[in-house]
Design a protein around this ligand. Structure first.
Ligand SMILES: *Cc1c(COP(=O)(O)O)cnc(C)c1O
Length: 429
């Protein structure tokens, strides 16, 4: 299929895209290359990237150092099974992750996607309590409007409405849900702000293995930023009721919120933490589940004395190597200053939206800018409007948001925010 029309037509008829219908009347734009913050379409048009390919491409595309890392690693060792064998990229990356995450996290389990890292976290929590003599602790507590992935365990923790729990109700494990926090970032969380969680814990703590949530930013489930005090209270409640705390930093990790990890805002240490998405700077699929020595030792000394998980592509060397390069690039860059600048520009650039009658709320935290509309967008039209405006912005539901690569220059960022203001104002939504 040498003609681009041929493979594009084939894709439309035969290839699923995320949350899509085959043969749908929605455009899927063919990309031929990407460089820096620009994505080039098959027809030659260039789009400024406002999405970082779903929080991942923090250094932009086609980065010379990242390219070199992958190429060098490919020549040396592209992959080898991780059962009974090991390699330096895995050990080096684990060391780095242990160094940069909260101090008590000391062991690392690599997997290939965020969803799987959440499954792994859930299994760790269950095995831990089993080995502590509390095998009845097999359920989880979480908050509404969360998102933790698309596999069954992870999906059981997603918001029941947006996660379509009805559709899968016969097979989905039943978890406990408390309402999403209503105390927002930058605001205090008065005395009983976490009452929903407290009530659930009082009633069900004996069967709850862990409380799972995204720290500070609820991502795909609503792009909501909640109070630092709420997260502190979450940690306190977990300790009080003997429940582990699993923080899903898959979206928030590696600087996006202005801290390297969002849990740093509350100075809270989870018992288990998931990272993924920007871990490899958007180059490869890789995720990791970190935990404490207490948990890894308990599991390792317990029955059956093994942690029961082992993906085929566990700790793929290409992915580990490019993740190491990505983290080094990030830490050697003035990332805090960059995120601060992006935050200011997003605040300024998106603020005209506040005056628009279509808009419910504008909120910005770190390199995340959200315009929440009063009604859900009409995907087909709005997507076309953004592409016509020369930007890649992909809204969902009522949310039009920006998550640009950290390396974006001021001019390009201004183009992104202007496009949001223009399209929200003028495009038929
Ligand atoms: C994207 C995401 C996941 C799932 O990661 P995948 O790599 O898509 O499986 C889990 N949790 C959060 C918070 C996410 O944003």
């Amino acid at each position: 299929m040498s003609h681009s029309e041929d493979w594009i037509a084939f894709d439309k008829a035969h290839v699923w895209h995320p949350y899509s219908a085959i043969g749908a009347d929605l455009p899927v734009y063919p990309v031929v290359s990407a460089d820096g913050v620009r994505i080039t379409l098959a027809d030659g048009r260039e789009l400024i990237d406002g999405m970082s390919s779903w929080w991942c491409a923090i250094h932009g595309y086609n980065h010379p150092q990242m390219n070199r890392a992958i190429a060098e690693q490919a020549e040396q060792l592209a992959h080898v099974m991780f059962g009974g064998l090991t390699h330096q990229p895995a050990a080096d990356l684990a060391k780095k992750l242990i160094e940069i995450t909260p101090e008590t996290l000391r062991t690392v389990f690599f997997s290939d996607s965020g969803s799987v890292s959440v499954e792994v976290a859930m299994k760790m929590a269950i095995q831990y309590w089993h080995d502590k003599g509390l095998p009845e602790k097999q359920r989880f507590l979480t908050i509404r409007k969360g998102y933790h992935g698309d596999t069954f365990g992870a999906m059981s923790l997603c918001d029941p409405v947006t996660g379509m729990h009805n559709l899968f109700s016969e097979i989905l494990p039943k978890q406990h849900f408390a309402d999403a926090p209503t105390c927002y970032f930058g605001h205090p969380c008065k005395g009983d702000g976490a009452k929903g969680l407290t009530d659930k814990l009082k009633q069900h703590h004996h069967e709850i293995a862990a409380l799972v949530l995204e720290p500070i930013v609820q991502g795909v489930g609503g792009m909501r930023f909640y109070s630092v005090e709420y997260l502190k209270e979450v940690r306190r409640l977990c300790d009080q009721f003997g429940v582990l705390l699993i923080l899903d930093e898959i979206a928030t990790g590696f600087g996006r919120t202005g801290k390297l990890f969002a849990c740093e805002y509350a100075d809270v240490t989870p018992d288990i933490m998931c990272v993924g998405k920007s871990l490899t700077g958007g180059y490869m699929s890789l995720a990791a589940t970190l935990t404490t020595e207490e948990i890894s030792q308990t599991i390792s000394r317990g029955d059956p004395g093994l942690f029961m998980h082992g993906p085929t592509f566990m700790a793929n060397p290409l992915a580990c190597r490019v993740a190491l390069t990505s983290i080094d690039l990030l830490l050697n860059s003035p990332w805090q200053e960059r995120i601060k600048n992006i935050e200011q520009r997003l605040q300024q650039g998106l603020s005209p939206c506040r005056e628009l009658p279509q808009v419910e709320e504008v909120r910005v935290l770190g390199a995340i800018g959200v315009v929440e509309l009063k009604k859900p967008v009409e995907m087909k039209h709005i997507q076309q409007c953004f592409v016509d405006a020369g930007v890649w912005i992909r809204p969902f539901g009522k949310l039009v948001y920006l998550m640009p690569p950290f390396i974006i220059e001021e001019d390009d960022l201004n183009k992104l925010t202007s496009a949001v203001v223009d399209v929200v104002e003028r495009c038929p939504i």
